[in-house]
Every structure is written in C-alpha cells, then in structure tokens.
Design a protein around this ligand. Structure first.
Ligand code: UCC
Ligand code: FAD
Length: 588
C-alpha cells in the first residue's frame, strides 16, 4: 500500500509463481517402467519380496533420507590442516547427515545385498534398483558406495584371501557400526586416463612382508573412507621400478590405524569442485603408508579392472537416476505451471520435449537392467560364455553413452522449469552439476570408447557376434507384432549401417578404427537400447507407453543411419590425413 492506494502488482493474488514446489512421491511406486520390468523378469516370489522392500525403502527415502541429502549439500566437508597451535591435523570434517548416510547404507544392505545373494542371480538387480532409488537422495553418498562395491568385488574375485576376510566382512556388512567404505586411488598428476604411464607411486617391501607406499594421489574421492585400493610400482632391492602397465601392482590399505591416526598419509587439500560438493575429494601424499599387495605383481591394472567395471555400472545407475528424477519433476511442474493461458502439460511442443527425454531415459534404464541381470548371472555361475562377453562389452558402452546422455537430458530438463530451473535453492542445479561429472570420472568418453575396442579385440570379434545375435533375437520376438513393425525395420537398417561402418573402418587400419571408436560405441548403445525398448513393448501385457517408446526408437537410430552416410565418406580421408600428419584438425 502506497499513499493509501493499493498497488495491483503488490497483491499476492496476482503473483502466479507462488506455488507448491514440484515434488514427487514414492519413487518406486511412481515408476511404471521399473515395476513392469520387475514383474516381467523376476520369479513371482522374488518379485513380491523385492517389491515390498522397495516400497518401504521408497517411503524411507521421502521421509528420512531426502532431508539428510539436502543437509549434505548445505554442509560440504571442511578441511582443517592445522590446529590453533600449529600442530598438523589433516582432519576432513564431514557433517552428521553424511555420517548418517553411511549408517543407512549399511542398514538397507546397499552393498550387502549383492554379496549375500539371497535371491541368487536376482540379487544384483535388487541392489541396483535400491541404489537407483537412493542415488538422488544420497547427498553424494552413492560415490563411496560405488567404490565400496568395487573393492568388495575385487576381494571376492581374488577368492577372499584370509588377510582380506575381515575387510570383506566390513565392506559387505549390514551392521552400521561395522560397515566400512572404500576409496579407489588411481589418478595421479601425470594422468588419470593413462594410469599405466601416469603412476609414479612406489612401493617398498618391508621385512614383515608389508609394503610402504610413497607417492601423490591427485584425486581421491570420499577421502573419509576407511580403506582403499590403489596402484603402485614395486621397487626392487636397488630401488628400481618397472615402467608401464606391467610395472603396476594392486594394494589394499587402511586409511587410519586403530587409534584413528592417518596411515602415514598427508592431506594436501580438498578439491574445489563444480559438483559432488557434498563429498570430499582430496589430494593425498602417501609418505610410507602401510599397504598389502593383494594381487600378482605387475597385474595391477588387470586386477583393479573388476573394480572399474562395478564402479562404471554405478555410474550408469547415477546417470539413469538423474534423468529419471529431472523428468519426474518436469512432469510435475507441467501440471502446475500456466503459460499462454493453459498448463504446460497442454502445450504439445513442451510435452514432446519431455516425451523425447522419457524415451532416452527408458532406453537407458533397460540397458542398466540388462547389465545388472547379466552381472547377476555371472556372479552365480549361471552365465554362459556369451553372457560374459556381452557384459564385458556393454559396461563401457553403457557408461560412456549414459554419462553423456544424462548430461544432455538434465540440462534440457532444467529448461523445462524456465528460470526457476537455474535457481540454486530449487535444488535443480545440484542435480545438473552432479550429473556432469558422470562422463569424466571412471574413464572419460574417449577412454571408454577405446575400452569398447579393447573388449572386441580381446574376444577376437566374438563379443560383436554375440551382440548382433542377441539384438536379432530380441527383434524376432517383436517382428510379428504389427504396431512394432516400423521400429523393427528401422532397427534392421541401423544394424546394417553399423556393420558397414565397422567393415569400412576395420579395413582401413588402427587409426581409422580409433577415429570411429566413439561413433561406433554410441551406435552400439543406441541399437541395444532400441532393441530393449522393442522387446519390452512386445510383452503381451505391455502398456501404450511401452509401445510409443519403442516406436520412438528413431530418436536413437536415425543418427546411426545418418552417421553412416557422412562418416563412411570421411573415414578414408581421415586415415590419409593422419598418416600424412598434414592437418590433424581436419579429422572430424
Ligand atoms: O574416477 C574415479 C572414481 C570416481 C568416484 C567413483 C564414482 C562412481 C560412480 C558413482 C555414481 C553416482 S577412479 C579412477 C577411474 N579411472 C579410470 O577409469 C581409468 C581410465 N583409464 C582406463 O580405463 C585405461 O583404459 C586403463 C587404465 C585401463 C589402461 O591401462 P593399460 O594398462 O594401458 O591397458 P591394457 O594394457 O590394455 O590393459 C591391461 C590389462 C589387460 O589384461 P591382460 O593383461 O590380461 O590382457 C586388459 O584386458 O587390463 C585389462 N583391462 C580390463 N579388463 C583393462 N581394462 C579392463 C576392463 N575394463 N575390464 C576388464
Ligand atoms: P586426461 O587423462 O589428461 O584426459 C584429458 C582429455 O584427453 C580427456 O578428454 C580424455 O578423454 C582425452 N584423452 C586422453 N587419452 C586419450 C586417448 N588415448 N584418446 C583419446 N582421447 C584421450 N580418480 C581416482 O583415481 N579416484 C577418485 O576417487 C577420483 N575422484 C574424482 C572425482 C572427481 C569429481 C573428478 C572430476 C575426478 C576424479 N578422479 C578420481 C579422476 C578421474 O578419474 C580422472 O580425472 C579421469 O579418469 C580423467 O583423467 P585426467 O583428469 O588425468 O584426464
């Protein structure tokens, strides 16, 4: 009120952005695709029990865990290097909510579930779904859980040696007082991708058989973890080390001793990160840290790769979870926000934007489920050789594809909120920031594209043959269903484009293959995700949404067909250009 007159713009009634915050309910109950997947694949009794657990967990996430996640965001870790009197402390102080997340992770069996195997091969699916639901409410705690799972997997793959039995029990415990988390210290200053040449850390053998590690770890996430796996070069009696991949060995170490004192480790500083700010990523000096050699000398990279493959699956979980959450919130917002006289949900173009993201997310979700289904089979000795090859190939494919896809989807979804999407206190930018890292850590997009080639080379092409026959089998199931016919036809065209691309690139030599690696890997992801969407829609009780998603596989596939046309033309040119070393910027 000014001068006795009411100012219309000051009246609350006219302020249309006062509205309830878009919020979603129980994320298990609201996820139709997730529920239909479980119903289709799990044996009925397992499905019933798992479903009960997920519903309960979905409620706990809303009532208890979600507020903790926000607390973690508001209270990032703090580093205190010295006390007031100049004594070195190296304390990483985490908030209460972060520590509570650790207890909850144990209580919910977020790691234990996978190793107890009470549902045999389906335990991995159960665990992955719990982690998927937890991901956006974890306040960054998904990160240590990924590495903890990876460490447990390495120990299990080594046959749980006696010296590591205690650690394995802690890492897979449901007892919140006993539960340990693990780090994964691989990256050094000279290189995080090229670990084989970038690792300078040296391990010196002690008379008691233990090793002391000396080096500098440049990125160590969840640095408050209890234990870690790391790589180092063992020095011989003369102090010499072997360079390259063959010089790397795998070590286990406890970060602190029984009294809580750091294991000859000094914290240089905490990283100042764009996202994942709830979680401490540190630079660490190893100054004689006591460690145990846990795998054959010189087999460090091969031995830690079972950790990499698990953490990369967790990365996919994080990617799909971020996309799902942003889409769920966008849908909610579209039911409330009015523009041009009607709700956003009544604007076809806006809903098309959301629908396209939905198709991407569905494909990524089914790809994730396929991977954890295969992992479950492998871990319970129910997998055949084909399953193993397919799993090895699909992990890097899914990690590299969903990492990039999630970054694009969450940015698109942020725009669905207009200016509100950019506002810090809506919580939406946190999801965006935390998603952007998914294509960098655990191997960048290019490094994983090269890993895709590695997996094909190692299997002498067999992995690709299994990939093709599996896709064809999935399509066969749908080929007699009229409404899926166009999608199946498009898929066949995409597959033949891919085959032509490989034949053409393969015949041109290694450089061309390397140049094609990323496009090739994207194509594998798109074809497999498309086939899974079609397979899911071919179920007798499929919903109209399942069918529309399958019919929209063109979102994935057209790119492949177009790419063949442009890329195949360019490949020979690229090869010549590289060989002549004329102008490397022309390789596009
Ligand atoms: O970023 C990190 C943690 C972040 C926090 C965790 C978040 C988790 C998700 C949370 C979601 C919310 S930890 C740092 C991650 N670092 C990387 O991912 C490294 C990226 N670089 C690579 O992946 C490279 O390709 C290297 C390091 C693997 C390349 O090493 P080499 O030694 O040069 O490669 P080689 O010589 O080709 O491979 C050595 C051996 C071979 O076995 P053998 O000797 O038997 O032939 C390979 O077949 O290792 C085997 N190998 C593998 N085996 C290599 N990669 C794999 C693999 N992926 N699977 C199986
Ligand atoms: P580089 O290896 O220098 O790569 C730079 C660029 O070159 C990339 O785009 C890469 O794709 C490209 N490139 C490199 N080699 C090739 C090639 N042969 N062909 C084509 N392109 C290539 N590491 C850990 O070990 N433990 C952790 O806990 C951890 N936490 C992290 C947390 C965060 C938030 C971040 C951002 C990183 C973390 N990392 C951690 C490090 C991470 O794994 C590395 O940053 C990543 O693997 C890339 O390594 P780099 O940074 O050395 O980049």
């Amino acid at each position: 009120v000014s001068g006795g007159l009411e100012m219309p713009f000051a009246m609350r009634e006219t302020e249309t952005l006062f509205q309830e915050q878009p919020e979603v309910g129980n994320q298990y109950l609201e996820d139709a695709l997730l529920r239909s997947y479980l119903k289709t694949h799990l044996p009925p009794k397992v499905q019933e029990e798992v479903s009960r657990d997920l519903e309960k967990f979905g409620n706990r996430l809303l009532t208890e865990i979600k507020p903790l996640a926000w607390e973690c965001e508001l209270n990032p870790p703090v580093f205190r290097q010295y006390d007031a009197w100049g004594q070195r402390l190296d304390h990483i102080i985490t908030c209460l909510a972060w520590r509570r997340m650790k207890e909850i992770a144990a209580e919910e069996g977020l790691i234990a579930e996978a190793y107890e195997r009470r549902y045999s091969n389906w335990s991995r699916v159960h665990q992955a779904i719990k982690l998927y639901l937890f991901s956006n409410y974890s306040g960054g705690f998904s990160c240590p859980l990924a590495m903890t799972d990876g460490a447990a997997k390495v120990i299990e793959s080594l046959g749980i040696p006696g010296s590591l039995k205690n650690a394995f029990d802690h890492l897979t415990s449901r007892d919140s007082k006993k539960f340990w988390t693990s780090g994964q210290w691989m990256t050094e200053r000279r290189g995080g991708s090229d670990v084989a040449n970038g690792t300078e850390t040296v391990a010196r053998k002690q008379p008691d058989g233990a090793y002391h590690l000396y080096g500098f770890k440049w990125f160590t996430s969840a640095a408050d973890s209890d234990v870690t796996l790391t790589l180092a070069r063992i020095a011989d009696a003369q102090g010499h080390v072997k360079q390259g991949s063959g010089g790397l060995s795998l070590f286990f170490l406890k970060v602190r001793d029984e009294e809580g004192k750091l294991n000859n480790i000094k914290v240089q500083r905490l990283k100042d990160k764009l996202g994942t700010r709830q979680m401490a990523t540190a630079e660490l000096w190893l100054d004689g840290a006591k460690a145990e050699l846990i795998a054959a000398e010189g087999r460090g990279v091969a031995s830690i790769s079972s950790m990499l493959n698990i953490t990369r699956i967790h990365n996919v979980i994080g990617a799909v979870a971020s996309m799902r959450r942003m889409i769920s919130l966008s849908r909610e917002y579209a039911l409330k926000r009015v523009a041009f006289g009607k709700l956003l949900k009544d604007h076809p173009l806006h809903m098309q934007t959301i629908a396209r993201m939905e198709v991407q997310t569905r494909g990524a979700f089914l790809l994730l489920m396929e991977i954890v289904r295969l992992l479950g089979l492998v871990e319970t000795n129910l997998a055949n050789e084909q399953d193993q090859l397919l799993l090895r190939l699909l992990i890097p494919v899914a990690k590299l594809y969903t990492g990039k896809q999630a970054s694009a989807v969450v940015v698109e979804a942020m725009e669905c909120f207009g200016g509100q999407g950019y506002m810090e206190d809506t919580g939406l930018p946190v999801i965006v920031r935390d998603t952007l890292v998914l294509s960098i850590w655990e191997g960048t997009t290019n490094i994983l594209s090269l890993d895709v080639l590695r997996s094909l080379t190692k299997s002498q092409g067999q992995a690709l043959a299994v990939f093709s026959s599996t896709v064809q089998r999935k399509l066969e199931l749908a080929s007699s269903i009229e409404k899926l016919e166009p999608a199946v036809k498009l898929m066949q065209d995409a597959i033949s484009s891919l085959v032509q691309l490989i034949q053409r690139a393969g015949s041109k030599g290694a450089v061309t293959m390397e140049l094609a690696a990323r496009d090739f890997s994207y194509s594998l992801a798109r074809i497999y995700a498309g086939a899974l969407l079609i397979e899911h829609a071919a179920r007798p009780d499929s919903s109209s949404m399942d069918v529309s998603a399958a019919r929209s596989t063109s979102i994935y596939l057209l790119d492949i067909i177009l790419m063949r046309k442009s890329l195949i033309r360019k490949l020979p040119i690229a090869e010549e250009k590289q060989q002549q070393k004329k102008d490397s910027w022309n390789i596009i």
